[in-house]
Design a protein. Sequence first.
Length: 518
Amino acid sequence: MLITALIVTSAGIANLERDDDKALAEIQAIDLARHISDVSSLHDPGALETAANLTKGSRPNIVSVRIWDRIGDGFAERVAATGSLPAEPVGADVRDTLLRGLASKAVDVNTTGSDQLYRVFATIFEGGRPIGAVEIVERFDSIWSIAFRYVKSVVWMSLVTVVLIMLGTYLLFRHLVYQPIDQLLGAMSRAKAGDLEARVPVHSNDELGLLTQEFNSMLGQVREMTKEREAQRDLLRQRVQEATCELEFRNQQLQETNLELWRTTRRMNELGRLAAAGQTAAHFAHEVGTPLNLISGHVQLLKSDLDRDPHDAEARIRTISAQIERIERIVRRMLDKTRFETELSPLDLNGLLRRLCDAMSPALDKRGIKIEFDLEEKIPLIAGSADRLQQLFLNLINNSLDAMPEGGELMVRTATADSKNGKSNQVVIDFADTGLGMTPEIMSRIFDPLYTTKARGHGTGLGLVIVNQVVLEHGGTVEVESEPGRGTRFRLVFSAIQSDRFSKMDQQMVTAQVSDML
């Protein structure tokens, strides 16, 4: 674009230069005509030729200088400057103008090829009458060739101008655009890194200055919002701390309440045991009262029969002895129910279960109950009492018999379970029947003393109490699962011993632990 503008400008300058050359040629022609008219050498050919040569040599574009004499109504060449182009006839229009003396000059333009010949004429006067004319012919190059010469001259100037413009533009942009943008980007980076106090100075009121002001305003709003968020976070932290303290206080109260509940439960258990003991004592008194009454009656009758009928007295003595043995059995049974300390020794539960079930097989067959075994081989030994565990298992089997009046199936299963450390140190025993099952309300009370769902005279409510007591004596746990019409499963879990040796000292320690627990 710049080069095109320079070409067009050069063409305009060339056109102006041509106009100046035309005006100068006209002035030279008029001056030469006046000079010839004023000097006395008008009729001296040598002087005229000298004047013509001087005029032709004044400028390089002048190609011809010629002096014409008037002959009648025409003009004839008189003198021509050295090296002038061949003479051409004076045109009719120019001739008429010169003869009438209406103007001091006349112009004729002749185009030859790419060059233009500019002919200018000036009238020579003598005594106010035109007697001749001066002709100056000037050659003009085409405007575009003149413009091309100018373009070659200004190309370097144009390149320097472009470089200067680019440098000035770069410096201007660097000062007005790049530096504000760099400052803005730097402030953005600091704000992104967490420095919300970053601020960009405003150097101008243009678009970048407006953008900087808006960024500073936005960053100020973010800073205020951040402060508000920090305040809310501090408030939330304070409230969480207060809630934590309150929760700790509530937890402490809950622990105290749980401790009091445990103590109350323990007292209730003690009261329950006392109540059970009272019920047992009443039952014991009732059981013992009958044989004692019999003994008392037979003793009174014995006093009166000793003298009258010795044979009858001997029979009465046998009756008294039988009742005394009955009382002994009742007392022994009661002592068995209330005995808390148990001597423990290594015990194989699989063998104990097989022997017990073999002994119970006639009763099971009579009731139409099929017993199935799923006993894991080589289960670990446990520390237990064969008599107490036999009593436990017998109570569970009797409960299953009562729960399956129309017959059914009893599954006895043993297995080992892993503890948290990955060792197999627990023995699990399952008694699962296909009996009537229990409701959740009944399950919640099956371990209560003297509670029974059996018909009156068929249950004492102490069987499962004894089961729970024996399990606790052996440091185990008991779980019950039951659904009405789908049977019941009792799961017993005992800790296994890690060695086949079980010393007396170990027995005493286990006995002491059981006594403390109970």
